[in-house]
Design a protein around this ligand. Structure first.
Ligand code: GDP
Ligand code: ZN
Length: 291
């Protein structure tokens, strides 16, 4: 028996990496009967026929996390990439990615890329907002080779999924860490040339300095229907110390009097843009519930 990790699954075959070798495996019939479907990222025990490098998955080890989009098990963290410009950062969208990542309980790093295009100290402004909200923020430029070591340090020995709009530099960032990923990461886009969403197989790409990256961006559909109104406040981490201090139990921090969250926004202890995103998302979730 060997212990390995599923890097790819196609048509009932699973490709398992163990000690630098890839084995083509099928799942034991018993697993199928029990409706246990192996996922990319699963750590598995497999029996191997050494001559053919083929094998059978006998057991799937317990999953730490299970992401739905893309379907990958045991993802450690998400790196959310936005550009300083081209395209201009949409903070409402960034906050949505953050909410989704928080609800999946992933570790989070925010990466602001293309800092070579910064003319108006926008980088500092963005860093202030998100460091104030207790996020780990890095700034990079693939063009001027800035921040790439810090970026690699974050990826090292982890399983990472990327999120962020297209055109912000996700593929470029990966390519700077490891040029031989270049071919494969050309595909790290949500759409093909005709602008249509493609259904393709998810794959884990191995980093030669240790770690894995998921070749498909996460959270692309951006639906937040599954989040409950009461849950949303807990997904804004800088709100956490103040939840429970409001006058009304069940305060949604909108129009209620003596709201601790609104008071913190007034005192600039919580950033206005983050609070605005909270209100927007709250409204969206409330609207969904009515139908
Ligand atoms: P993705 O869609 O997020 O994977 O983005 P790409 O990696 O395909 O990059 C989109 C465009 O931004 C390409 O034309 C890159 O050359 C460019 N780009 C990537 N990183 C940087 C950067 O740090 N500075 C500048 N000025 N352009 C960049
Ligand atoms: Zn409140």
């Amino acid at each position: 028996m060997i212990k390995g990790i599923i890097t790819k699954g196609i048509g009932g075959f699973y490709y398992i990496e163990a000690n630098g070798i890839i084995y083509e495996c099928r799942a034991r019939g018993r697993l199928r009967k029990e409706k246990i479907i192996p996922l990319v990222g699963d750590k598995v025990m497999a029996t191997i026929d050494c001559k053919s490098a083929k094998g059978v998955i006998e057991e799937i080890l317990e999953r730490d996390t299970e992401l739905i989009r893309p379907p990958v098990a045991n993802v450690d963290q998400v790196v959310i990439v936005f550009a300083i410009q081209q395209p201009d950062p949409n903070l409402g969208l960034l906050d949505r990615f953050l909410v989704m990542a928080e609800s999946e309980m992933l570790d989070i790093t925010i990466c602001f890329n293309k800092i070579d295009l910064d003319n108006y100290n926008r980088v500092q402004e963005l860093k202030n907002i998100y460091m104030h909200a207790n996020y780990h923020v890095i700034t990079t430029s693939t063009k001027h080779n800035i921040g790439i070591d810090a970026f690699k340090e974050i990826l090292k020995d982890k399983v990472t999924v990327f999120a962020g709009p297209s055109g912000v530099g996700k593929s470029s960032l990966l390519n700077t860490t490891q040029p031989n990923l270049a071919l494969k990461t050309g595909e790290i886009s949500q759409k093909n040339e005709r602008g249509k969403h493609t259904t393709r197989h998810v794959e884990l790409l191995e980093l030669d300095f240790g770690g894995w990256v998921v070749d498909t961006p996460g959270f692309s559909s951006l639906d937040i229907d599954y989040i409950e109104v009461e849950e949303l406040q807990y997904l804004f981490r800088e709100f956490l110390p103040f939840i429970g201090d409001c006058k009304f139990k069940g305060c949604q921090h909108v129009n209620e009097p003596n709201c601790a969250i609104k008071e913190r926004v007034f005192e600039n202890k919580i950033c206005q843009s983050r609070y605005d995103s909270y209100l927007q998302l709250l409204q969206k979730i409330n609207q969904k519930r009515r139908y």
